[in-house]
Design a protein around this ligand. Structure first.
Ligand code: AMP
Length: 393
């Protein structure tokens, strides 16, 4: 599969699918520029080659042509972040957009109106994709956050291009995961936490053959503890997944993967940050209490595994990190991963909620890579080939 470095964009129009689905406040001002920043290296490479970037994205979930979801609201921010003039096309297809794309001079960018103003985008309409393809000589996909969705601009449009490639962001996401799942260095440790076993089962099954240690934490650990005969009180549990939990443990054993489950928990009466709480054995929680975070012994035990790991994947928090009293387990884990990274381990945080936890506690700057796409990363971890990536083959 080609990457952006395989092309010289001099004199070419590059049609780039970016993920500029950014949050806006009530005055339609961008409140978080991360996604624009993430696409910056790709846009700069094309500009530096002497090419003309034509940017297309969706924003929100508009029902038709809704002004509040117009990408015109973000044009100035894109201009500030990239540092060049951004022109705006009021429709993402058609004669006007085509003329504007062709009239771009080196150092200018064209931003197209919201792709989802046309229902044909989500419907993967070929005619719509062909109309989009008229706006570029080379197609670049750099929208990792939507690469797991098959839409006209992420998949079908690629059929109309001879020259197509991944942008730097997409490439970095794919390479980071590859580093984790196909590493020659050992040991490889995966931390799988979060709320439910059911949402992580395919991930666990897919990564088992590729890892040496599996740390299971968060709410999903209670299904394993109960399945092993522990008393978990009113803690989160998926009773119908107990057999599945036991079969995961058996599969792990058969594949020589060492599984680490929590041994203690911080338990309280209600799902709230205000009640009293107690540290206790995770297998002996009284009937009226629920475990909401990893206890001190668990934190220490997990930190020891992390400290000796060369490759670390972190997916899912170890407790209810949104509540101050139950964020300690997730913070301790983040700290252990940051320390291992500082000593040379490669660490990837991604898929679902762990990214917001890492950002909330400032670990995003202390790990090797933080994935930009929750759902897309989760699907890659499940072993799926994302439609947006497949389309570039
Ligand atoms: P996920 O999206 O599956 O990664 O799950 C993340 C959610 O799991 C977060 O909102 C956490 O609050 C929640 N969580 C973690 N540990 C627990 C727990 N012990 N009890 C209930 N919810 C938890």
């Amino acid at each position: 599969m080609k990457t952006i470095d395989d092309f010289n964009f001099k004199g070419k129009q590059a049609l780039i699918r970016v993920d500029f689905n950014v949050p806006l406040d009530q005055d339609r001002k961008v409140t978080d520029i991360s996604r624009i920043l993430a696409a910056k290296p790709t846009i700069l490479k094309i500009l530096e080659d002497g090419g003309a970037p034509v940017l297309m994205s969706h924003l929100g979930r508009p029902e038709g042509n809704e002004e509040k979801y117009s990408l015109k609201h973000i044009a100035n921010t894109v201009s500030d972040v990239i540092g060049v003039r951004v022109k705006f096309a009021e429709d993402c297809i058609g004669k006007k957009a085509q003329e504007m794309a062709e009239a771009l001079v080196p150092g200018e960018i064209l931003l197209l109106e919201n792709l989802r103003f046309h229902k044909e985008e989500k419907a993967c309409d070929r005619g719509f994709a062909e109309a989009l393809s008229k706006l570029g000589d080379i197609y670049v996909n750099d929208a990792f956050g939507t690469a797991h969705r098959a839409h006209a601009s992420t998949t079908v449009v690629a059929d109309f291009f001879e020259d197509k490639c991944m942008g730097y962001l997409l490439q970095k996401e794919v390479e980071s995961l590859d580093k984790v799942l196909h590493s020659k260095e050992k040991p490889v440790t995966a931390v799988i936490g979060g709320a439910k076993v059911s949402s992580k089962i395919t991930v666990i099954e897919n990564i088992l053959p590729k890892i040496d240690h599996l740390i299971i934490g968060g709410g999903m650990a209670f299904t394993f503890i109960k399945a092993q005969g522990g008393k978990i009180g009113t803690s989160l549990v998926e009773d119908d997944k107990q057999d599945l939990a036991l079969s995961i443990l058996e599969k792990a054993k058969a594949q020589n993967v060492e599984v680490h489950l929590p041994v203690d928990t911080i338990a309280t009466k209600d799902f709230s940050d205000s009640g009293e709480n107690t540290v206790m054995d995770i297998k002996a929680i009284p009937d009226h209490l629920m475990g909401l975070d990893a206890g001190p012994e668990t934190r220490e035990k997990f930190a020891q595994v992390i400290a000796k790991s060369k490759i670390i994947l972190w997916n899912g928090p170890l407790g209810v990190f949104e509540m101050e009293n139950y964020s300690g387990g997730t913070i301790a884990l983040g700290k252990a991963i940051a320390e291992a990274t500082a000593k040379g381990a490669f660490s990837l945080v991604g898929g679902g909620d762990s990214v917001s936890a890492a950002k909330k506690f400032g670990f995003d700057k202390q790990v090797s890579y933080v994935s930009t796409g929750g759902g897309a990363m989760l699907e890659m971890l499940e072993g799926k080939t994302l439609p947006g990536i497949k389309a570039l083959e």
